[in-house]
Design a protein around this ligand. Structure first.
Ligand SMILES: [Zn+2]
Length: 144
Protein backbone atom coordinates (compact mmCIF):
# COMPACT_ATOMS: atom_id res chain seq x y z
CA UNK A 1 0.00 0.00 0.00
CA UNK A 2 1.41 3.37 -0.98
CA UNK A 3 0.50 5.77 1.82
CA UNK A 4 0.45 9.53 1.56
CA UNK A 5 4.12 9.90 2.49
CA UNK A 6 5.23 7.26 -0.02
CA UNK A 7 3.34 9.02 -2.78
CA UNK A 8 4.70 12.49 -2.03
CA UNK A 9 8.26 11.12 -1.65
CA UNK A 10 7.85 9.37 -5.00
CA UNK A 11 6.94 12.65 -6.68
CA UNK A 12 9.96 14.34 -5.07
CA UNK A 13 12.22 11.57 -6.39
CA UNK A 14 10.71 12.11 -9.83
CA UNK A 15 11.89 15.71 -9.57
CA UNK A 16 8.39 17.14 -9.32
CA UNK A 17 7.64 20.11 -7.16
CA UNK A 18 5.23 19.28 -4.32
CA UNK A 19 2.57 21.86 -5.03
CA UNK A 20 -0.59 21.95 -2.88
CA UNK A 21 -2.44 20.48 -5.86
CA UNK A 22 -0.08 17.51 -6.18
CA UNK A 23 -0.08 16.81 -2.45
CA UNK A 24 -3.89 16.89 -2.50
CA UNK A 25 -3.87 14.33 -5.32
CA UNK A 26 -1.55 12.12 -3.25
CA UNK A 27 -3.79 12.46 -0.19
CA UNK A 28 -6.88 11.55 -2.18
CA UNK A 29 -5.17 8.51 -3.74
CA UNK A 30 -3.86 7.30 -0.38
CA UNK A 31 -7.24 7.64 1.33
CA UNK A 32 -9.60 6.60 -1.44
CA UNK A 33 -10.90 3.09 -1.78
CA UNK A 34 -12.91 4.08 -4.83
CA UNK A 35 -10.18 3.50 -7.45
CA UNK A 36 -10.72 6.94 -8.93
CA UNK A 37 -10.22 7.98 -12.54
CA UNK A 38 -8.32 11.16 -13.42
CA UNK A 39 -11.66 12.89 -14.05
CA UNK A 40 -13.00 11.81 -10.64
CA UNK A 41 -9.88 13.19 -8.93
CA UNK A 42 -10.20 16.42 -10.88
CA UNK A 43 -13.90 16.83 -10.04
CA UNK A 44 -13.30 16.20 -6.37
CA UNK A 45 -10.35 18.58 -5.99
CA UNK A 46 -11.32 21.35 -8.40
CA UNK A 47 -13.63 23.09 -5.88
CA UNK A 48 -10.69 23.38 -3.47
CA UNK A 49 -8.07 24.36 -6.05
CA UNK A 50 -9.25 26.86 -8.58
CA UNK A 51 -5.96 26.64 -10.51
CA UNK A 52 -6.05 22.83 -10.82
CA UNK A 53 -5.93 21.53 -14.39
CA UNK A 54 -6.69 18.09 -15.72
CA UNK A 55 -3.14 18.07 -17.16
CA UNK A 56 -1.72 18.36 -13.62
CA UNK A 57 -3.83 15.41 -12.51
CA UNK A 58 -2.62 13.35 -15.47
CA UNK A 59 1.08 14.19 -15.17
CA UNK A 60 1.00 13.51 -11.42
CA UNK A 61 -0.66 10.14 -11.98
CA UNK A 62 1.77 9.29 -14.80
CA UNK A 63 4.77 9.97 -12.59
CA UNK A 64 3.34 7.84 -9.77
CA UNK A 65 2.52 4.96 -12.14
CA UNK A 66 5.97 5.06 -13.81
CA UNK A 67 7.67 4.76 -10.43
CA UNK A 68 5.43 1.94 -9.29
CA UNK A 69 3.70 3.83 -6.45
CA UNK A 70 0.29 3.61 -8.09
CA UNK A 71 -1.20 1.06 -10.46
CA UNK A 72 -3.16 2.02 -13.54
CA UNK A 73 -5.99 -0.51 -13.63
CA UNK A 74 -7.48 0.12 -17.03
CA UNK A 75 -11.16 0.80 -17.46
CA UNK A 76 -14.13 -0.65 -15.58
CA UNK A 77 -16.48 -0.64 -18.54
CA UNK A 78 -16.49 3.15 -18.61
CA UNK A 79 -13.52 3.71 -20.97
CA UNK A 80 -11.57 5.52 -18.24
CA UNK A 81 -8.39 4.39 -16.53
CA UNK A 82 -8.88 3.81 -12.81
CA UNK A 83 -5.99 4.20 -10.38
CA UNK A 84 -5.11 2.20 -7.29
CA UNK A 85 -2.55 3.21 -4.65
CA UNK A 86 -2.58 -0.35 -3.29
CA UNK A 87 0.32 -1.94 -5.15
CA UNK A 88 0.37 -5.14 -3.10
CA UNK A 89 -0.79 -8.09 -5.20
CA UNK A 90 -4.58 -8.33 -4.98
CA UNK A 91 -7.56 -8.86 -7.23
CA UNK A 92 -9.67 -5.97 -8.46
CA UNK A 93 -13.26 -6.74 -9.27
CA UNK A 94 -15.03 -4.31 -11.60
CA UNK A 95 -18.77 -4.00 -12.13
CA UNK A 96 -19.49 -3.20 -15.78
CA UNK A 97 -22.88 -1.68 -14.92
CA UNK A 98 -22.04 0.78 -12.11
CA UNK A 99 -18.27 0.90 -12.86
CA UNK A 100 -17.41 0.35 -9.21
CA UNK A 101 -14.11 -1.45 -8.48
CA UNK A 102 -13.54 -3.33 -5.25
CA UNK A 103 -10.39 -4.94 -3.81
CA UNK A 104 -10.31 -8.64 -3.09
CA UNK A 105 -7.29 -9.87 -1.14
CA UNK A 106 -6.20 -13.22 -2.54
CA UNK A 107 -3.54 -15.61 -1.38
CA UNK A 108 -3.41 -17.06 -4.87
CA UNK A 109 -2.34 -13.73 -6.33
CA UNK A 110 0.33 -13.33 -3.64
CA UNK A 111 1.66 -16.78 -4.51
CA UNK A 112 1.50 -16.01 -8.20
CA UNK A 113 3.59 -12.86 -7.67
CA UNK A 114 6.18 -14.89 -5.72
CA UNK A 115 6.22 -17.54 -8.45
CA UNK A 116 6.74 -14.93 -11.18
CA UNK A 117 9.53 -13.25 -9.23
CA UNK A 118 11.39 -16.49 -8.62
CA UNK A 119 11.02 -17.84 -12.17
CA UNK A 120 11.83 -14.62 -14.04
CA UNK A 121 14.11 -12.67 -11.69
CA UNK A 122 11.92 -9.60 -12.19
CA UNK A 123 11.54 -7.04 -9.46
CA UNK A 124 7.77 -6.60 -9.59
CA UNK A 125 6.58 -3.02 -9.19
CA UNK A 126 2.92 -3.86 -9.13
CA UNK A 127 0.25 -6.07 -10.56
CA UNK A 128 -3.00 -5.64 -12.38
CA UNK A 129 -5.47 -8.45 -11.90
CA UNK A 130 -8.84 -7.19 -12.97
CA UNK A 131 -11.99 -9.29 -13.18
CA UNK A 132 -15.14 -7.97 -14.82
CA UNK A 133 -18.74 -8.74 -14.00
CA UNK A 134 -21.94 -7.49 -12.48
CA UNK A 135 -22.05 -6.69 -8.78
CA UNK A 136 -24.90 -8.18 -6.67
CA UNK A 137 -26.75 -4.82 -6.61
CA UNK A 138 -26.68 -4.46 -10.40
CA UNK A 139 -27.71 -8.10 -10.88
CA UNK A 140 -30.78 -7.45 -8.71
CA UNK A 141 -31.52 -4.24 -10.63
CA UNK A 142 -31.39 -6.04 -13.97
CA UNK A 143 -33.66 -8.83 -12.71
CA UNK A 144 -36.40 -6.33 -12.01
ZN1 LIG B 1 -22.69 -2.68 -10.05
Amino acid sequence: MSDYLTLTQTLKHAGMRLTPQRTAICKLLAESEAHPTAAMIYDELKPHFDSLSLATVYNTLDALVKLGAVNALGDAGDDSVHYDADTEPHVNLACLACNKIVDIPSEHVTHLAEEITSTTGYKLLGARVLYYGLCPDCQRASDR
